[in-house]
Ligand binder design. Structure first.
Ligand code: HEM
Length: 561
């Protein structure tokens, strides 16, 4: 306002006026193009300064004034989401969170609004049916318990990947719908149902072993074979007809798409968490990717429809127990056709990738040179206790402490559900480990970090199945942190089935073959994109000599008299 007359004698009194005059003089000496350049530079500099100012004040707020400011964590993780997003993009979260828990303790602020936990009580407070409310939380008058932690929906860039909206699969729907889904699938996971699934499991396990025998000792990639078998078993249980991976010795196209798909979903979670970026990416996505995703879903629709139009099969499957006629006349539990498609897809992935991971991890750890005594002990136990492989059933194997210990140890070192399984604290907040956490905060349990923490486990990084069988050396192990199947209302419904399947496949493999493996000792160091990205696990399998088997079979018979 002082500069209305640039040449007035006032100009020397106001510094801004002096600067403006200088600028004016400077601009007068420039041609039009140069003026444009100067204006652009000024606008860019002012813009960048504003952004830096905003970011700076955001960082200061996150570090000093955010409701989670008192929680420990590295400065850059407390200040910004970027370091966490970089880890998620690279698939290295499990290692980073383990490093941070090692340094900062049982709870770490891994992002401004996100906490990671490893202590046993966090399981109850985050995933339990009745979380602990923060003092003064308003309770729902109709219930004596506060709301459960909320499960974040999987978000994809744009709407192209939203199939059957508003229907959602069990794993990402709200609490009320989730309870309905769980009631619908519950009978398929009862002990009675699991017993009827046994022939499906054993038939496929034997088919896998026959196919491996046909390789005549040539090197085989067991990660592929475990995937073939587990996706075949689960599809046979979901649709009454398997994908046929084992028969063809190759991945069914639907299964082949699952692995890159998991990486894409993990990346899209990163992208959609940055405001505006999801929409932008959705515009740039190649149409081929969208049509592939459609084809992927269409296969599930076709297989589900085919199962529903066939007469009831003599071999019971999941649908036998899930479909309305078998639901004891409770229509409120029935799922819509769209929900059935989405849950069928979920079951196929959740029931196969996880068990194949456990099998591969168990075989990896069991065939390390340092594990030779464990492999020998298991082999001897199985071959001397069970006269034929057909006697290796889920029920017969469940009471073997050594086999269970080997599987628990593989689950500890390489948990299939390794990522943090995030939950959002409901409005009103909650107490986690006795400390208030405000509503809207994201919390989760870091299984990998908890299971390898030297404060919780003796010889934490080593494969020691004996820790699960008692003994003074392992008395201080904190087994209560170990929940590889999670817990509470959204815990895994497939735990019993998974353990039965894995016991049968591993036991029959070891009963029938000598496993020879060299190298790849660092196999378990993998990236994680929702699931572990498993490289090949190459072994040579030599079938036991027939005479040797005959002698043992006779020995077992004699023992049984
Ligand atoms: C070693 C094998 C397995 C492990 C370690 C495992 C682990 C888990 C974990 C940790 C969750 C919770 C995920 C979350 O809260 O976000 C989960 C959920 C689930 N699992 Fe498993 N699982 C295994 C095998 C199976 C099998 C064999 C099936 C069925 C055929 C299955 C079906 C499911 C389903 C449907 C859910 C979603 C449950 C819900 O949202 O209520 N899982 N699993």
């Amino acid at each position: 306002m002082h500069c209305l007359e640039p040449n007035s004698r006032n100009h020397s009194l106001a510094p801004s006026c002096g600067i403006d005059n200088m600028a004016f003089e400077l601009l007068r000496g420039l041609n039009q193009a140069q003026v444009v350049v100067v204006v652009v530079v000024v606008v860019v500099v002012v813009g960048i300064s504003l952004v830096l100012l905003l970011l700076g004040s955001r960082f200061v707020y996150n570090i000093f004034f955010h409701p989670l400011a008192a929680y420990p964590g590295p400065l850059h993780h407390r200040a910004s989401d970027v370091p966490r997003l970089i880890q998620e993009w690279r698939g290295t979260t499990v290692y980073k969170w383990a490093e941070l828990h090692d340094r900062y303790g049982e709870v770490v602020r891994i992002s401004p609004n996100q906490l990671s936990y490893i202590s046993a009580d966090a399981w109850r407070d985050i995933y339990g049916a009745r979380g602990t409310p923060a003092p003064g939380t308003k309770m729902n008058p109709r219930h004596s318990a506060p709301l459960q932690m909320l499960k974040e929906e999987l978000e994809f860039p744009g709407d192209d990947f939203e199939f059957f909206a508003p229907a959602k699969p069990m794993i990402s729907c709200d609490a009320a719908n989730h309870a309905r889904h769980r009631r619908a699938v519950g009978p398929a996971f009862s002990d009675r149902a699991l017993r009827t699934f046994e022939p499906v499991i054993t038939r496929h396990a034997d088919l896998m072993l026959d196919k491996l025998q046909a390789q005549k000792g040539a090197p085989v990639n067991m990660v592929d074979w475990f995937h073939f078998a587990m996706f075949d078993i689960t599809s046979a249980l979901v649709f009454g007809k398997s994908f046929g991976n084992l028969d063809s010795g190759a991945f069914h196209p639907w299964v082949a798409r699952v692995f890159p798909g998991m990486k894409l979903i993990a990346w899209s979670l990163v992208v959609t968490s940055i405001p505006g970026l999801g929409r932008l990416v959705s515009w740039c996505l190649p149409r081929k990717m969208v049509s592939e995703a459609r084809r992927h879903m269409q296969s599930i629709v076709d297989m589900t429809d085919a199962r529903l139009t066939r007469p009831a099969p003599s071999q019971p499957d999941f649908m036998t127990y899930m479909l309305p006629p078998h639901r004891a006349g409770s229509p409120e539990t029935a799922l819509s056709r769209e929900e059935l498609y989405l849950d069928a897809q979920l079951l196929c992935i959740a029931g196969s990738e996880t068990t194949a991971t456990l099998l591969a991890a168990a075989l990896h750890f069991l065939t390390l040179p340092s594990s030779a005594p464990h492999l020998t002990a298991l082999t001897t136990l199985l071959r001397t206790t069970f006269p034929t492989p057909s006697s290796l059933t889920p029920a017969a194997l469940a009471p073997l402490p050594l086999l269970t210990a080997i599987l628990h140890e593989a689950l500890r070192l390489h948990p299939p559900g390794a990522i943090n399984m995030p939950r959002t604290v409901p409005p009103g907040g909650a107490l986690i480990r006795g400390r208030p956490v405000p509503g809207g905060s994201v919390v989760g349990f870091a299984q990998y970090a908890a299971y390898r923490d030297a404060r919780y486990w003796a010889d934490a990084g080593a494969f020691r199945p004996e820790r699960w069988m008692g003994g003074k050396r392992w008395a201080g192990d904190r087994r209560e942190v170990f929940r590889p199947f999670s817990c509470g209302p959204r815990g895994c419904p497939g735990m019993g089935l998974a353990m039965g399947e894995v016991r049968v496949v591993l036991a029959r493999l070891v009963w029938r073959f000598e496993v020879e493996r060299r190298g790849q000792e660092g196999w378990a160091a993998q990236t994680v994109f929702l699931g572990w990205v498993k490289p090949g696990l190459v072994v040579k399998l030599r079938e036991r000599a027939v005479e040797e088997r005959a002698v043992e079979e006779r020995a077992a018979e004699v023992k049984g008299w």
